[in-house]
Design a protein around this ligand. Structure first.
Ligand code: ADP
Ligand code: MG
Length: 138
C-alpha cells in the first residue's frame, strides 16, 4: 500500500464548488486517482472516522462539520503517496500553510480546511477500507 494514500475534499470545499479545481491540482501534481466518489456521511460515520480525536475539544465541531454536506473521498497513487499528499495539502492551519498548497488556497479556517490526508501508510490502509470496497478501486 506504500504508493497509496487516502484523501477527502471536505464539505467546505464542495460547498464552495472548488472540488474540480482541487482534483485538477492533484492530477497536475502527478497523482493517479485509483478511487473517487461523492458521499454524505452520517454523524456516526464521521465519528468513527475521527475516533482518534474523540478526546479533543474540537471533536464535536469536527464531526458535525464533516457530516454537514457532501464530500469527495479519494484513493491517490504516487511514489511516497502519504507524505506527497500531505505536502500538497499544506499545514492543518491555513494561516501556517505554505504558498501553493491546497489549504493555503482553499481552506477557510483550521477546522474547515478543505482537505484531509492520511498521516501514515498504516492509517491510509485503514481509511481506504473505511470508505471503499475492492470493486471501487481500479
Ligand atoms: P490534519 O487534518 O492536518 O491531519 P489533525 O489530524 O490534527 O490535522 O486534525 C484533524 C482535523 O481536525 C483537521 O484537519 C481539522 O479539520 C480539525 N482540527 C484540528 N485541529 C483543530 C483545532 N485546533 N480547532 C478546530 N479544528 C481542528
Ligand atoms: Mg490527521
Amino acid at each position: 500500500m506504500s504508493n497509496l494514500t487516502f484523501g477527502i475534499i471536505k464539505p467546505d470545499a464542495v460547498r464552495k464548488g472548488v472540488q474540480g479545481a482541487i482534483i485538477q491540482r492533484i492530477l497536475d501534481d502527478g497523482f493517479k486517482i485509483r478511487g473517487l466518489k461523492l458521499i454524505h456521511q452520517t454523524r456516526k460515520h464521521a465519528e468513527g472516522f475521527y475516533e482518534v480525536h474523540k478526546e479533543r475539544p474540537f471533536f464535536g465541531d469536527l464531526t458535525e462539520f464533516m457530516s454537514s454536506g457532501p464530500c469527495v473521498v479519494m484513493v491517490l497513487e504516487k511514489e511516497n503517496a502519504v507524505p506527497a499528499w500531505r505536502t500538497l495539502m499544506g499545514a492543518t492551519n491555513p494561516e501556517e500553510a505554505d504558498e501553493g498548497t491546497l489549504r493555503r488556497e482553499f481552506a477557510s479556517s483550521i477546522g474547515e480546511n478543505a482537505v484531509h490526508g492520511s498521516d501514515s501508510e498504516e492509517n491510509a490502509a485503514i481509511e481506504i477500507a473505511y470508505f471503499f470496497s475492492k470493486l471501487e478501486l481500479v
